[in-house]
Design a protein around this ligand. Structure first.
Ligand SMILES: Cc1cc2nc3c(=O)[nH]c(=O)nc-3n(C[C@H](O)[C@H](O)[C@H](O)COP(=O)(O)O)c2cc1C
Length: 376
């Protein structure tokens, strides 16, 4: 049995990763912003959602296969954009892209990827390019061109990072990138590599590089600038989701950045319950922040998502065992999802949309969602 195969859950992979990662890198990955209330709330809210399983529905042909952005995917899952993956393993994003291609799911490359996009599309799977809007618009649009030329199949604009939030672990650790880990598409200059006590060098670099002036005009400009499907990542308000559909956006990602941006933001799963019915099929709705199991994927499907992004689970796999570790993470989530689908009476991913749930936050009634009512 290989090292990665000894993990039977994402929690097992996280423990393996903790054995090999330096404390500051582990903190960079695991941590959230501020007092981490949103990081905790994501998990608590997912755990509250319980499913009403159906029976006698012939699940002998149960399949996790689906489509994402109109293209086939073996799971309703894509890897989330994650910066600087070479801090976790020497192969970095290349290992993740290869494992995603082998698993038949899309890989998302971050603007802050530490491996160049051309090497990642050469891995052969569907590659989405995540865009951080830079202060220099011409350079931003050059990145879009470069992603298109490299063969990416979608552009995902992240809209919840005007700047990086205060992440206290990184501040206390003075988190700094080692010299060999560089943003392959940007000049990280000295900022990301200069250690200063009580400063996150990664946050210092992004403050220099990213624009905080994004508006819906930026979205319109991006929409005009590419023929590829466009996703907006980092939406939590139904009003913003509806607005996105007016701009010809192909998909939104309901996300609070894994609890790494606004501390105190609501859990993404509660937002999803309101947003999916509000969008009403006008664009695809994806979900992230806190997905750790196949049951979490089922929860998101039941609340109207067509798929999820996974961030930290993939990173724990990468740190523990490189490409084999990422493969194991995706294999575990896939096996758990097949279990969860079949055991809830769903032979297909689409069937999960009609499952009923309990446990949505009562403070936020799920307009149009179908909570299971319990007798008074
Ligand atoms: C270490 C790390 C780096 C990240 N880098 C990016 C990034 O470059 N761009 C982006 O849009 N999101 C980034 N994210 C957020 C993820 O794309 C995703 O929204 C989040 O991790 C989902 O939550 P999960 O980790 O609980 O699955 C990052 C997350 C982590 C943990």
């Amino acid at each position: 049995m290989t090292y990665a195969a000894s993990a039977h859950s994402i929690a097992d992979l996280e423990r393996l990763a903790a054995e090999v990662l330096p404390a500051d890198v582990r903190d960079f990955v695991a941590g959230g912003s501020g007092g981490e209330s949103t990081l905790r709330a994501n998990r608590a809210a997912l755990d509250r959602i319980l499913i009403e399983p159906r029976v006698l529905r012939d699940v002998s042909g149960c399949t996790t296969a689906t489509t994402l952005l109109g293209r086939p995917s073996r799971l309703p899952v894509a890897t989330a954009p994650v910066a600087y993956q070479r801090v976790l393993h020497p192969d970095g994003e290349l290992a993740t892209a290869r494992a995603a291609a082998a698993a038949g799911v899309p890989f998302t490359a971050s603007t802050l990827s530490s491996v160049a996009i051309e090497e990642l599309t050469a891995a052969g799977g569907d590659v989405w390019f995540q865009l951080y809007w830079l202060r220099d618009t011409a350079r931003t649009l050059d990145l879009v061109r470069r992603a298109e030329d490299a063969g990416c199949t979608a552009i995902m604009l992240t809209v919840d990072v005007p700047w990086m939030a205060r992440r206290l672990h990184d501040l206390r650790n003075g988190f700094t990138l080692p010299p060999h880990v560089r943003a392959a598409h940007l000049d990280t200059g000295r900022a990301a590599h200069t250690h200063r006590p009580d400063v996150s060098a990664v946050a210092a670099h992004t403050a220099q590089a990213f624009s905080a002036a994004l508006t819906w005009d930026t979205v319109a400009l991006l929409r005009r600038s590419t023929r590829l499907p466009v996703l907006l990542k980092g939406i939590l308000a139904a009003a913003d989701a509806r607005r996105a559909t007016e701009f010809g956006i192909d998909a939104i990602v309901v996300s609070n950045h894994g609890g790494r941006q606004l501390d105190g933001a609501l859990p993404s799963i509660d937002a999803l319950a309101e947003i999916a019915p509000a969008v009403g099929g006008a664009c695809e709705v994806l979900f992230d922040s806190g997905v750790r199991t196949g049951t979490d994927v089922l929860r998101a499907l039941a609340l109207g998502a067509s798929g999820v992004l996974v961030g930290r689970p993939v990173l724990w796999g990468l740190a523990a065992a490189g490409e084999a570790g990422v493969s194991r993470a995706l294999e575990l989530i896939g096996a758990e999802l097949r279990d969860a689908l079949g055991l809830s009476g769903c032979a297909t991913v689409a069937a999960a949309a009609s499952l009923r749930t309990t446990g949505l936050s009562p403070a936020r009634p799920p307009a149009g969602a179908r909570p299971l009512r319990t007798a008074p």
